[in-house]
Design a protein around this ligand. Structure first.
Ligand code: ROI
Length: 161
């Protein structure tokens, strides 16, 4: 079955723009999947500990036949390929790939919660998402616009192409 999924991408170490651009390219090549859209890149202040570099964030939309956990395995492999080291919680990272939304599914698995638990308060997820899917509705019926209304743009900046 083909499912629409959204993947949050973040990096704040060793040339994060390059990591995020390469990640989008690698997501494009996931098996049994097709890249539907990729957002612009955004610069964002770190959420969590402030003694770390600013982040580059983006969101990719794919149509995939990979099951959620299989997709997660593939994304974690990509993170490893970017030399991600097991960092402190909420510390800096070379590449972070999160399944933000997977079709209309609620997933509560030890390794995976979807929709992403923290997305409501993450402008660096919501605004890129809105750029590529302004009409998106979450499985519980919440429309993306409602989440945007409650999540200030603050210092999120869209990078020029
Ligand atoms: N902060 C920003 N701005 N962007 C991220 O992708 C990001 N990822 C994280 C934490 C450490 C929570 N902070 C972040 O995992």
């Amino acid at each position: 079955m083909k499912c629409m999924a959204y993947i949050g991408i973040g990096s704040n170490l060793d040339n994060p723009i390059d990591h995020v651009q390469r990640a989008i390219d690698e997501v494009k090549q996931l098996p049994l999947s097709r890249l539907v859209a990729a957002s612009s890149l955004y610069g964002s202040k770190p959420m969590g500990p402030q003694d770390q570099p600013n982040y580059i964030n983006a969101v990719a939309q794919i149509e995939t036949q990979l099951a959620p956990i299989t997709l997660l395995d593939s994304l974690q492999q990509l993170e490893q390929d970017h030399q991600r080291v097991r960092e402190q919680r909420w510390g800096p990272r070379t590449l972070d790939l999160d399944i933000v939304v997977y079709a209309d599914q609620h997933i509560d698995h030890p390794r995976l919660q979807v929709p992403h638990i923290g997305m409501h308060e993450r402008n660096f997820v919501l605004y890129p998402l809105a750029e590529i899917s302004p009409q998106l509705k979450l499985p519980d019926g919440t429309v993306l616009q409602q989440l945007l209304d409650n999540c200030p743009l603050a210092d999120l900046t869209k990078l020029p192409l």
